[in-house]
Design a binder for this molecule. Structure first.
Ligand SMILES: C[S@@+](CC[C@H](N)C(=O)[O-])C[C@H]1O[C@@H](n2cnc3c(N)ncnc32)[C@H](O)[C@@H]1O
Ligand SMILES: Nc1c(NC[C@H](O)[C@H](O)[C@H](O)CO)[nH]c(=O)[nH]c1=O
Ligand SMILES: N[C@@H](Cc1ccc(O)cc1)C(=O)O
Ligand code: SF4
Length: 458
């Protein structure tokens, strides 16, 4: 059977959500602050594997335990970052089946019709987008992109790719084959380093692309990028860190071991990183639990992960849905339990992020009482979820954050990317504009009556 014929439920995984651990034991361990096993996590994620479906009463007990743990570990403050998403290019031939952000790179060639709806920004265009947002007060630019074949790490890497016997086999084509060149990773990072804004970029998958055809270590790649102005790396491309799931949803992507290697390389180069899970597609609760264990082990080895971000799969316009491999995403109960069990299991990562892009405001606010303490960022522009059919908008203003967080009786706190600088906000102390960015002066950054910011228009 070709994978195009496979249907929901047809997948025959080696790992299944079955354990010998009773739910009550797992919950007792979680409440007492003991380190959880994979089996404990499976019991909590399923509210007990001995019966099908999620038990609403048990679920509430798991959420409550996670809420207590959150209060013990990080207190009641709700943090957020004032940031811009600046995606450089949608050109990508990796072919992940959960992704609708990408466009085939051939659509960007010089002679191709210009109707693909995607984009590539030159380093100068990236710089302008970031400079505009720095004027609005951002402290961070978050930049994740497709693996454009013309990308190289730097000029030396380009020279090497140009002289390779078969550049096409290395997923390389020279910039002059395309209507717009993204330049090199080093040029993009340097361009986005405006006035000391924090540059959060180059995911493990992008680092893989930046070393293709060489025997450079990930540490060396990240050191080079750090020299160009990179301040931290986003831990996307994690998806589910179990290869039997990756083989279904992203067969063209790096495997679990390589993702871990890239993350360790980034940290060895002195960069803090974030870590993610993208769940709610073909995987089961055993896979989610195994993923959490791999992230916790990584943090035991390194200590460099600043936050964990559960990304709920947005299914509407994706190849997984088109091919009938999924019929929807995670349910509300699964989302709440994913947040809660991440908090209870990851006893070595302080910050747990809830994504308004994936969940919307209402569910995100609820998850702030199920274990999450960080409410993501202002973004100003959002392409990944939007292109997959998500509908929760592209930005939140600082005033939105203050309104939402105070409405649930918690204190809003603007943070830096590495959580080192924090600015508690008094809701009565108007105006609530950003303060931590290099040009931030407290001016409200976005007028809610205006549908898009200058940065989002870019
Ligand atoms: C779009 S990629 C861009 C960066 C880079 N190409 C990579 O793969 O790391 C960033 C992340 O977005 C997430 N993502 C993509 N499509 C998604 C979807 N439909 N629903 C939820 N998350 C998605 C995945 O976790 C993916 O690793
Ligand atoms: N959760 C999502 C994020 N999170 C990243 C943050 O915005 C920020 O860059 C990070 O916390 C480092 O400070 N970004 C998205 O674009 N979409 C999400 O769903
Ligand atoms: N931009 C990614 C998510 C992301 C980026 C950076 C992070 O540190 C964490 C998550 C998305 O929309 O799915
Ligand atoms: S998730 Fe990243 S690597 Fe995969 S297709 Fe999308 S942009 Fe490309």
């Amino acid at each position: 059977m070709s994978d195009a014929d496979a249907a929901v439920g047809d997948l025959d995984f080696e790992y299944v959500p079955e354990t010998d651990q009773p739910f009550e034991n797992a919950l007792a361990k979680a409440r007492d602050g003991h380190r959880l096993t994979v089996d404990d996590a499976v019991e909590l994620l399923t509210t007990g594997t001995e019966r099908a479906g999620i038990d609403p009463v048990r679920k509430e007990r798991v959420l409550e335990a996670a809420d207590h743990r959150r209060a013990d570990v990080v207190g009641d403050d709700v943090t957020f970052v004032v940031n811009l998403n600046n995606n450089v290019t949608t050109a990508c031939d990796t072919g992940c089946l959960f992704c609708n952000f990408k466009d085939r790179a051939s659509a960007f060639e010089v002679d191709a019709p210009d109707d693909h709806g995607g984009f590539t920004k030159t380093p100068a265009e990236s710089r302008r987008a970031v400079a505009d947002a720095v004027e609005l007060g951002i402290s961070e630019v978050c930049s994740v992109s497709g693996l454009h074949p013309a990308f190289a790490l730097d000029a030396d890497h380009r020279e090497l790719l140009e002289s390779a016997a078969d550049p096409g086999r290395l997923n390389y084509r020279p910039p002059d084959a395309y209507a717009t060149s993204p330049g090199t990773y080093a040029e993009q990072i340097r361009a986005m380093s405006v006035d000391g804004v924090h540059v959060h970029s180059v995911t493990p998958e992008e680092a893989y692309h930046a070393r293709r055809g060489t025997d450079r270590s990930y540490e060396a790649v990240y050191r080079r990028l750090r020299k160009a102005g990179l301040d931290s790396a986003p831990g996307t491309a994690a998806e589910i860190l179990v290869d039997e799931v990756r083989d279904v949803i992203c067969p063209g992507k790096m495997d679990t071991a390589e993702w871990l290697d890239a993350m360790e390389g980034a940290m060895a180069a002195g960069l803090p990183v974030t870590a993610t899970i993208m769940y709610g597609h073909v995987e089961n609760e055993m896979h989610r639990a195994m993923h959490l264990k791999r992230v916790r082990d990584l943090q035991d080895r390194t200590g460099g992960i600043t936050e964990f971000v559960p990304l709920s799969f947005v299914h509407q316009r994706t190849p997984l849905a088109d091919r009938g491999l999924v019929s929807g995403g995670a349910t509300d109960a699964e989302d709440e339990l994913m947040i809660a069990v991440s908090r209870l299991f990851l006893d070595n990562i302080e910050n747990l992020q809830t994504s308004w892009v994936k969940f919307g405001d209402e569910k995100s606010l609820k998850t702030l009482s199920c274990g999450a303490n960080d409410f993501m960022g202002t973004l100003l522009s959002e392409e990944i979820t939007k292109r997959a059919g998500g509908d929760y908008g592209e930005f939140r203003s600082v005033a939105d954050y203050v309104d939402m967080v105070s409405a649930i009786g918690r204190r809003p706190v603007e943070r830096s990317t590495d959580y080192e600088r924090r600015r508690p906000i008094d809701p009565d102390d108007d105006p609530h504009g950003p303060r931590l960015g290099p040009r931030a002066d407290g001016t409200p950054m976005l007028d809610r009556s205006c549908p898009s910011s200058p940065a989002a228009d870019d």
